[in-house]
Design a protein around this ligand. Sequence first.
Ligand code: C5J
Length: 222
Amino acid sequence: MPRVADALPSPFTYEASKTALVVIDMQRDFIEPGGFGAALGNDVSLLGGIVPDVARLLRHARERGWFVVHTRESHAADLSDCPPAKRLRGQPSARIGDAGPMGRILVRGEPGNAIVAALAPVAGELVIDKPGKGAFHATRLGEELATRGITHLVFAGVTTEVCVQTSMREANDRGYDCLVIEDATASYIPAFKDATLAMIRSQGGIVGWTASLAQLLESEST
Ligand code: C5J
């Protein structure tokens, strides 16, 4: 049965059997005090603050039988999937692959690369390790969604202006209808989050739709 969420710039219509929740990069290193993000001087409480809402959204998706995808920004231990142009940018003292406070920075299998415990994937959910900012670049996500007949993607996670927005733009170009849940995404720089949400829904929804978690839940309350 189609559902209609009150969203911007217009109502968002979707069906559970064709909808996936995509939770972007809710990794310990970005979110927890004492991780890589905090070591760079970021206020990680801005990101940690959305964990309860993402958990509520995850619970909802699981109850409704949506396909659930989690991503992690991560690289192979030998960094063979990390272009020098990516590695050499940023803080010289904390580059991808260097030892960080929770293990090697953005390297698969390191403690800081894990998804926070409150949002841990469960059996049957897809975990995508992505070497880029976008969830489709150099991953099997597109094939996994196509196999399941998914046409609509609901996005959550961090950071709004980097990996969430990049993934949503990639999805939009591939023909998915995309909705980002405003209170289930965050940035270390709140003005960037606000600007990204405004960009996404501008010009008639040039990249997709935005809605609050309450608006999404309301669309399924009957
Ligand atoms: C993400 C980043 N996940 N900001 N990464 O947004 O580098």
